[in-house]
Design a protein around this ligand. Structure first.
Ligand SMILES: [Zn+2]
Length: 118
């Protein structure tokens, strides 16, 4: 599987497989939430992400850059992800939110309305 931007069909992730062994999920701040090469589907909507969001390791995100709106890019030493989507594809389509600040678990959550797993 891989992720593509729905707007332009650009691949935005490396090859991924669903994480079946939830013992591999790491909830420690400042560390990767899921191992490289895997994805998880968010089961319920919470205050930050909608149900169905696709959660991947930051290192698996490709063909992507930071949002041009700098107000989305707040953080201490990374991106805190608190100000809306902060990641776009190379064609400037919003795709999701990177969480990479020191006080957070690190991952990218892709919006299921904007990207597709193929
Ligand atoms: Zn795109």
């Amino acid at each position: 599987m891989k992720l593509i931007c729905k707007a332009c069909n650009l691949a935005i992730s490396e090859s991924l497989s669903e994480l079946k062994d939830l013992n591999l999920v790491n909830k420690n701040d400042g560390q990767d939430y899921v191992p490289k090469g895997s994805y998880l589907i968010q089961e319920e909507t919470d205050y930050e992400r909608i149900k169905g969001s696709i959660i991947i390791n930051i290192k698996d995100l490709i063909n992507s850059k930071h949002h041009s709106d700098r107000s989305r890019l707040n953080g201490c030493c990374g991106l805190d992800g608190c100000d809306g989507m902060n990641r776009v594809c190379l064609h400037n389509h919003e795709i999701g939110t990177e969480y990479s600040d020191c006080w957070r678990v690190h991952f990218v959550a892709l919006n299921p309305e904007l990207v597709k797993l193929i």
